[in-house]
Structure formats: C-alpha cells, structure tokens
Ligand binder design. Sequence first.
Ligand code: NAD
Ligand code: 2HG
Length: 527
Amino acid sequence: MTKPKVLISDKMDPNAARIFTERGCEVDVKTGMTPEELKACIGEYDGLAIRSSTTVTPEIIAAATKLKVIGRAGIGVDNVDIPAASAHGVVVMNTPFGNSITTAEHAIAMIMALARQIPEANARTQAGEWPKSAFMGVEVTGKTLGLIGAGNIGSIVAARAQGLRMKVIAYDPFLTPDHAVEIGVEKVDLETLLARADFITLHTPLTDETRNILSAENLAKTKKGVRIVNCARGGLIDEAALAQLLASGHVAGAALDVFATEPAKESPLFGQPNFICTPHLGASTTEAQVNVALQVAEQMSDYLVDGGVSNALNMPSLSAEEAPKLRPYMALAEKLGSLVGQLAHGNLTKISIEREGAAAGLNGKPITGAVLAGFMRRYSESVNMVNAPYLAKERGLEVSDVRHEREGIYQTLLRVTVATEQGDRSVAGTLFGTDSPRLVEIFGVGIEAALEGHMLYIVNEDAPGFIGRIGTLLGEHDINIGTFHLGRREAGGEATLLLSVDAPIPAEVIKQACALEGVKLAIPLAF
Ligand SMILES: NC(=O)c1ccc[n+]([C@@H]2O[C@H](COP(=O)([O-])OP(=O)(O)OC[C@H]3O[C@@H](n4cnc5c(N)ncnc54)[C@H](O)[C@@H]3O)[C@@H](O)[C@H]2O)c1
Ligand SMILES: O=C(O)CC[C@@H](O)C(=O)O
C-alpha cells in the first residue's frame, strides 16, 4: 500500500515529522514557500500540516487534488478557507488547547512589560543612558483587568491575573453567569468594561462581530491611562486610532502580538510612546510547540492511516466501527446546526434535535454532537465535535435529543429547533439516496436544497419580478449562481429563496440585496 504523503509547510517542532514517520506516513518539510510554490507542489500530498504562516486559499485547495486533511498546529484557523476545504472533502483539524497556557502567559508578560515599560528601559540602559528618572511604572495589584473574550485563554489569563491580585471583569456575550462565578470574574457589558478597565486584554477569535471591536469610537470610551494588550488576532483593534491615542497620552500603553496585516513590516504604532510588540509569538514556547506538533501529527496520522477523526472543525469525530453508518447523518446534522446558528439571532439558550425514521434507530450522541459543532461555530472558530457539547453546557445551552417512533413522509428526518425571542425556529433535513444531505424545511417553509459552499438566504414578498431583480444584481457583480431554490407558505405571502454561488458574496452586494424591492432579509451563509 502506498504511504500517505504529508507536507509540513510551516516551522514546526521536529516531533511532528517523527510521529508522521513512525505512524507510516512519508513527510516533506518545506517552509517559507510562496503561495505559487505551495500551489505547484500541493497536488502530491494527502495531508498538509501548518501553523499560521501558510494561508490555505481556495486556489491552493483547488490545486490539492489528493489532499484529505489539513492540520493546524494551533488554535486559530482563520488562515484556512474552511468552506472551500469542506466543499473539496478535506478535513480541517486544529489543536484547541495545546498552546492556551503559553498564550495566556504571553498576555500576562505583556501586562507586566507595559506596567513597568521594561522593553524601553532595557534598551536605554543597554545604550549606556542609565535613565532611572525617566521611568515611573504602575502596580497591577488592585487594578481592574477587562477581558474581551473569556474562553480557554481568557479564563487562564483571569486565573493568573487574580493571582496578581487584580480585579477581573469580562465582556463575553456567551459567558454564562454560572461560569463567570466559577472563573471568578464579573460579567459586564462592553461599555462598562471600556469605562472601568485599567488594563484590557483581548481573547476572541476574529469574526464579523469581533472585527474592530476596539474601534476608534470604542477606544475613545476607555478610561484615560488604560493599557491594552492583544495576543488574539489582528483586526480586533483599529491600529491607526490606537496610535493616535498613544500619541495623545489617553492610552498609557499598548502591547500587540498580532496585527491586521502580518508580517507587520510597518505600522502607525511603531515608535509610539509605550508601544510594545512581538511578531505573533503568543504560542511560541517549547512546551506549546511540542504539544501542538505531537497532537496535530497524531490526529492527522489517525485520519490518514486509520480513518479516525478528532478535533475536526468541519467533520464530526468518529470511531472506525460506527463511521460508515453514521457519517452521512452527521454531515446532515452539522449542516442543519450550522444553518440555524447562522440564521437565528440573539442569545439562544435552547436547542432541540428530533430524529425520526432511520435516524431514530441510530446512536444519537454523535448526531447531537454534529448539530452542536455546526451550531456553536457562531461563537468560536475552534469548536468541533469534541468540545462542542462541553462549550454548549458551559454557555448554559439546554440541549435535547428526541426520538420519534412515528413514520413520516421521509425515510429519515432530522429537525433542529432553537428557542428565540420570536418563538421556536426550526430547520429539517433528510438524506437523498443513502448519503446525500438535503434541507427540506426552513423556518416552516418547505424547500429542498443541498447546503454547500457559499449560499444566500432571502426572505421576500412573493410578487412577480423579484427573481429577475436578484439575478440581475448578482450578475452585475459577476457572481455566478450555482443552484436556486424557492419555497413559500402561500401565494402572495412571504417567500424564501436559497441560492448557492461560486464565491463569497461581498458585504456591499448583500446590502444592495437587502435594499431590493420586496426583500425583507438577506443573509449570506457558508458551509
Ligand atoms: N497570539 C497567538 O499566538 C495565539 C495563540 C493561541 C490562540 N490565539 C487566538 O486567541 C483567540 C482566543 O483563543 P481561545 O482558545 O481562548 O478561544 P475560545 O474559543 O476558547 O474563546 C474565545 C471566546 O471569545 C468569545 N467571543 C466570541 N465572540 C465574542 C464577541 N463578539 N465578544 C466577546 N467575546 C466573544 C467566545 O464566547 C469565547 O468564550 C483565538 O483567536 C486564537 O486564534 C492566538
Ligand atoms: O502557530 C503560531 O505560532 C500561532 C498560533 C496561534 O495564532 C493560534 O491561533 O493557535
């Protein structure tokens, strides 16, 4: 049998290559390639192991004709186009906990370095200045630390900061009151955090909700003399506005490990008073790199050699025996969970999964796990089958799995319902043949569609002329429609349109779709 071939394209602890070889894979290590070089060679490989320097674009994935798995030795997968990988049947895995402690420690190091201006004092002392009177620091004891994001890393930062006798407050819409008490933080809204924090640290993924969360407007609401640390993702802070506030003295110090554009070769922040930065070193300790290298190589080898799946972001975990039977049901479940997560708004506290027909006779746990993995991705990029049920519990999400003995019109049916402020909202799907997931109902409207790649969901008034208008709008922006599905409750009422397109729809085009005559709602979806 030919050995699976793996490419390690970023600098990674040598334990990764050792494990791949021991587990029967062939390994090449080629770091520092340009996107063109990667595209030229990726066709040879079954597995791609990366850190943050390799960006896996749809073009790379399209060229990766043999690729089965991408393994991220780390947490953030924003450098991988997951919809493109899923569409090509490529599993994307990460190592969700391997570098959390290390990154939290980096944030704490940044807090201490800012409080005492250690980098600048060091540089000037070594330059022979002995500038004792130039530096007056602040104690962190008794100060308020405001966490934006209180997941794995935020919680570890909270624990360390409490050890430093700081008072910790947190803004995280998905942190439950119970969990806040468990980790000893006061849950607050963003305005309160901005007004009260002496130090602010960010620990969220970069999503549509968190992008620019420290915007010019929000930075202006911070307490005078605040110190800000970002060891999460570039793009969370308006860097130009931060530079101005450092220059004016409103912000007393800022420390960034991550930048909107990396590598950051220039920035308005460089040279500002009390600005400290590191080149995305948050995960760079021997311990974390050994952890994530071992874990990613083990997970990828499991998949390539034995078919086992763990910590996958776009596929449910599976044991070898159950795999063939459950796999199509879990794919359907994950898509329905993701659909509900993308469409339903507000703080959702209840989700129910109903199974009838063939699905009622199967092990419900992996199916529930798959629904939750899809659904919880609205909160965190690092959710997968393993941690989704745990995260759901931590966030106080009530989950129910109901089996119906009744026979319906489909040989198998899964229904996912969430309780929203406007009442219950549910979507349902079945399998066509034995393994093709299909949506059959969305929020009470019968509609048949494969949930794949980039899609657009529209609710509009059911009136003549609308299909022409939406087709023209997309055509004008060179957006090719792949599939087109319509549904409605009654003629002349409210109609639902679900279409698939060949590329993501830009935000500006969504805005124009919302403004079309008769449109009540237009939401882009990705699977
Ligand atoms: N600098 C580095 O080298 C480095 C290393 C590891 C992780 N990271 C990054 O750190 C970030 C956090 O990692 P983690 O493991 O703690 O992730 P996590 O998923 O455990 O926690 C993220 C938290 O952010 C919260 N969140 C989501 N949307 C939010 C919003 N709109 N407002 C406030 N909070 C929101 C979530 O509820 C969750 O609690 C990720 O972006 C990860 O990529 C950076
Ligand atoms: O690999 C790295 O050095 C950074 C990893 C970090 O950004 C992550 O999200 O895990």
